[in-house]
Structures are given as C-alpha cells and as structure tokens.
Design a protein around this ligand. Structure first.
Ligand SMILES: [Fe+2]
Ligand SMILES: [Fe+2]
Length: 220
C-alpha cells in the first residue's frame, strides 16, 4: 500500500523535476528545512506559471450572473474591456478593465478589493488604484438612487489617479451594460492576460534578482 503522510528521510536532488515529485515532511513549520522549502517553492512556481488560466476560469463564473442588470457580468466585463481596447488603451489597462469585477461572486460587499488583490503584483500603482477605487467612482452614476452619496469619490480628488479612475468609470465601465454592443470574445483577450500574469512587478516572495524565492530559474 502506498504510504502517505509522514515519510522517511529524503534523498533527492534539487533539480526542479525532482522537487516537483516530492513533498515537504514537516508537520509544523518550525521543523522545516531548507530542502523542504525548496520543494515548496518549486511547487509554488509551478502553480504560479499557470495563474492566468485560473484567473480566466474564475472570470467565467460571471457567465449567466445578471444580478438584475440587462447583461450578465461576463458580458459587462467583456464590454468594458472591449470599449477600453477600442479606445487604444494599453494591454495592462484592458486587462484591468476585463477583470475589474472578477470579485463579484465572492466579495458581495467589496468586490473591487478582490480584483485589486489579484492584479496587485502585476500592474502599476495607478492601474491598481483605479481598480481598487472603481466601486466608489462608479457610485457617481447610481448612489443617489439608493440614498447614498454619489460624490463619495470627491474625497480622492487630489489623488494622482483620480482623473484616470473617473475616465475608466465614465467612458468604459458605466457604459458597458448595452445588450446590443458588439463585444470581443474572451479568447481575444487571453494573450494579454497571459502576458500580464507571466511576471510580477512586485511581491514579498520575489528576490532582488526578480525570481520566486527558493527557486533557481533557468538552472538546476
Ligand atoms: Fe465593479
Ligand atoms: Fe463594472
């Protein structure tokens, strides 16, 4: 019978293929060794290499979710991204537009924070702020119908990304509920999504050399 759980002493080389065939042995982190963490780092890098496809899989959860709007949230996402693309925005901006509501299925009270958290390692500060604050800025278009302050965004008027975020909400986000709009297919955005998530700009797990800590990219 195959044994799981506790294993005997390991005798492995630290090339990535071998590392991916192994698991760490500790039951508490205080017992971890450098080799344990090389193994975990190799698995983590392997997982990170495919993050774009998992993000896209999660985005697809918005399909069929109308939430009372005239288009479902996937169509809204595609339409927002398409409008940004057709306005010649950068690929990074377009991906932010595509993903800005990806948190709708998980964050009923703060969906903007979920998109921001996913994008944070990969985008500029301004684009991150735009995504994180879009919910407040979008409120300009409807908060007054709900007894809320439509000018909630005013608290940020001195922020360097204020105009960027106003433009995003007014030009691309609030306009993207049109059932007759000719949106691009999700597939057309996949290369830009894969490119964006291929390499983080910053993360606590990235070394000064730009590698995932504990991995030796390009060597064994
Ligand atoms: Fe939103
Ligand atoms: Fe939106």
């Amino acid at each position: 019978m195959e044994q799981h759980g506790k294993r005997g002493p390991m005798n492995v080389s630290d090339n990535p293929g071998d590392l991916l065939a192994q698991s760490a042995t500790f039951g508490a982190m205080t017992e971890g060794t450098a080799l344990d963490w090389k193994i975990i780092a190799a698995h983590n890098q392997h997982l990170a290499n495919d993050v774009a496809s998992r993000v896209l899989d999660h985005l697809k959860l918005l399909e069929g979710d109308h939430g009372g709007f005239s288009v479902d949230r996937m169509e809204h996402s595609l339409q927002t991204a398409t409008r940004a693309y057709r306005a010649n925005k950068s690929d990074e901006y377009v991906v932010c537009a595509l993903l800005h509501d990806i948190g709708d299925t998980l964050g009923s009270y703060n969906h903007q924070d979920i998109a921001a958290a996913i994008l944070k390692p990969f985008v500029t500060e301004d684009h991150l702020w735009m995504v994180e604050k879009h919910a407040v800025f979008q409120g300009y278009n409807f908060f007054h119908h709900l007894g809320l302050d439509r000018n909630m965004r005013d608290q940020f008027e001195d922020h360097p990304a204020y105009d960027l975020t106003v433009e995003f909400c007014q030009e691309f986000d609030q306009t993207a509920f049109d059932p007759s709009y000719d949106s691009m297919a999700l597939q057309e955005f996949v290369p830009a999504v894969e490119e964006l998530f291929a390499e983080p700009k910053s993360s606590i797990y990235i070394t000064d050399e730009g590698q995932m800590a504990g991995t030796n990219s390009g060597s064994s």
